[in-house]
Design a protein around this ligand. Structure first.
Ligand code: ZN
Length: 310
């Protein structure tokens, strides 16, 4: 009976026209591409794909992700190949609107030309899929090599916006608030990761100091009703990734995920996979988690899948 119910639910989730607005392209690398590039090193899928797997901390997760990225994303062409495969996959899952980010830290570490990476990602966008491309900048991303690149990035035609990335416990550069404003002045969209490992005060910082109205995660807003009110007043959208939150220990269990409370409070949320090459999740898994563990009805899942007015 359970299997029959799930089959119908899976078919419903598949049929929904969906968005995915929180996806790191390095973290979305299809396993087949990584394995094809390094067949000896990546024969079997990682332990972190198991549904019961939990990371010790963010550093353990980041080390795994950076290892894959360093091995694969060595050229702009590799970014193109990855993005083309990801876009094909999402079109087949009825995704019609995507936002992806690529990491300034990767561009820096791999000594790549950021504009060429953005152009390579743009060139991979197929007919029928809307894709916005963001440059993800770490809290301390203003390195000597990257500072002039970040200045130039605001004029890249293939770049739609910027995002704040990386471990939340590292202080954000004091250059960030003015840079986020200049990005908007240059016609770019702005968003930020917040409210994942740092609490609601960091969400307030992202809204009030960086001026964003779109937050990646943001789930720890639930700890402070005043910050939930701020999300509502400022019409902020949270791009939530429940499987990521569970595996990284941001929440104790799927049943305890704050997306239920945030949704019920009227906060606009969307669902995404974050870094599926590490978590082993699909976009359908995110919807299934909400239905199975948080009592989301099909009508409620359809609301989460809707295009976001931005
Ligand atoms: Zn993320």
């Amino acid at each position: 009976m359970q299997a029959t119910d799930d089959t119908g639910l899976r078919a419903f989730i598949h049929s929904l026209p969906k968005t995915e607005h929180h996806l790191h392209i390095e973290g979305a690398l299809p396993w087949e591409l990584l394995r094809a590039a390094h067949p000896d090193k990546y024969q079997t899928a990682p332990a972190s794909w198991h549904p019961g797997f939990r990371f010790r901390d963010f550093a353990e997760f980041e080390t795994q992700l950076i290892g894959y990225a360093a091995d694969f994303f060595t050229t702009p062409q590799r970014y193109h190949d990855c993005a083309a495969a990801v876009f094909r996959d999402r079109l087949a899952r009825n995704v019609h609107s995507m936002e992806i980010s690529f990491a300034s830290g990767c561009v820096d570490f791999q000594n790549l030309d950021g504009r060429e990476v953005a152009d390579a990602l743009r060139a991979a966008v197929p007919e029928g899929l809307s894709v916005r491309i963001f440059l993800g900048i770490h809290h301390n991303g203003w390195t000597p090599r990257m500072t002039p690149v970040l200045e130039e990035a605001l004029s890249w035609s293939s770049l739609d916006g910027i995002d704040l990335h990386g471990p939340e416990d590292i202080p954000v550069s004091e250059l960030a608030p003015a840079y986020w404003q200049r990005a908007r002045d240059a016609g770019k969209r702005t968003k930020a990761h917040a409210g994942e490992f740092q609490g609601p005060e960091f969400i307030r910082y992202a809204i009030e100091s960086l001026g964003v109205r779109q937050i990646q995660h943001g789930v720890r807003a639930i700890e402070d009703p005043a910050v939930v009110d701020l999300l509502l007043q400022e019409d902020v959208t949270l791009d939530v990734c429940p499987v990521s939150n569970v595996k990284l220990g941001v929440v104790g269990s799927p049943d305890a995920h704050p997306v239920r409370g945030l949704f019920d409070a009227g906060v606009r949320c969307t669902l995404s996979t974050d870094d599926p090459v590490v978590f082993g999740n699909t976009l359908e898994d995110e919807y299934l988690l909400l239905a199975r563990h948080l009592g989301f009805t099909r009508d409620e899942l359809a609301i989460l899948a809707q295009p976001v007015p931005l």
